[in-house]
Design a protein around this ligand. Sequence first.
Ligand SMILES: [Zn+2]
Length: 351
Amino acid sequence: MGPVSGQVIRKGDQRANPSLPRAGPIEDTVTRPSACVWCGAAAQAPSTRFRADVWKVWECGACGTSYIWPRPTQEQLAPFYRFQTYAAHTYGREDHRSLRNPRRLSQAFAQVEELLGGPGSLLDVGCSVGHYLSEGKERGWRVQGIELDPATVAVARKRSQAPVQVGPGLEVLERSAQFDMILMSHWLEHTLNPRWQFDAAWRHLREGGCLLVRVPNGDSRAARLFGASWTWFYPPVHLTYFGPEAFEVAARQDGRNLLFARAHRGDAQSFPMELGFAAARRLYYLVRGHDLLSPPVRTGVHEGGEHPYRPSLMRLVDVAEDVLPLRAMLGRWEDSELIVLLRQSSSTRAT
Ligand SMILES: [Zn+2]
């Protein structure tokens, strides 16, 4: 019997059933993406940079973006973001003034305020416990946020006294909602549908408004050198790995005004720390047989338990970096984070 329309055929099936047609490769539509999750191009290949044993990573031949495929479900992802166990929320239990490198919060705002001529309305997508909401309010912005985990939303509301919606992304917004600035800080790589979210942000920007995106730089030196041992390779929490080219391609596709897509250190470790962590992670994998950052992922189910990152360790690293003048010495080597700024203008406004 020939294949039924819509039936999935794997290569193994061909050997098992000699009556199936032999000519040409048979498309595995379950595990092979038909198009890039970011730019929609058809040329997709298994990633040679990120080789993971549980979540498969694919790379786009057109925009260079790497991504987990098949995508997990939102239900599979939710447990990873619980307030008690998710590391980024853990740092958030501290006051935002005592966070690692608080200057970065101020820098991001200052950049946009200069373009807009002052503070306006801000939407922080994936606002975690609300650092940016608090900072924005102090600077005179009207702020609101979106966050996935309800317990984290409760903390964000309490700390920032700002409206925060529970949800996976911009689909929770009112259709008519408009903002002067939309911030996606270390969030786009977590979403199941990054391009839809990126496009939705554009629709919710006021004329002249800015979209500020910060993501791990999947094309950084550390990512290229360390691959699946790189600090920010963290499936399935990080689902998509962007390089600068991804944003250049996306801006070109829709005629959007890309002010810059630039690599810098951002929230990353310094390069020597990246090196040390990658070595430790690789060693852990060799000895224990599973990954340091995501042991529960082996079963596809997150059972809870504390994340191996500890804020006190991060603090120690910061002190060490201040004592040894590593930041200044290694500045030009640092490219682990991408910061991208786009601006809505009448000539580029999407309809
Ligand atoms: Zn692509």
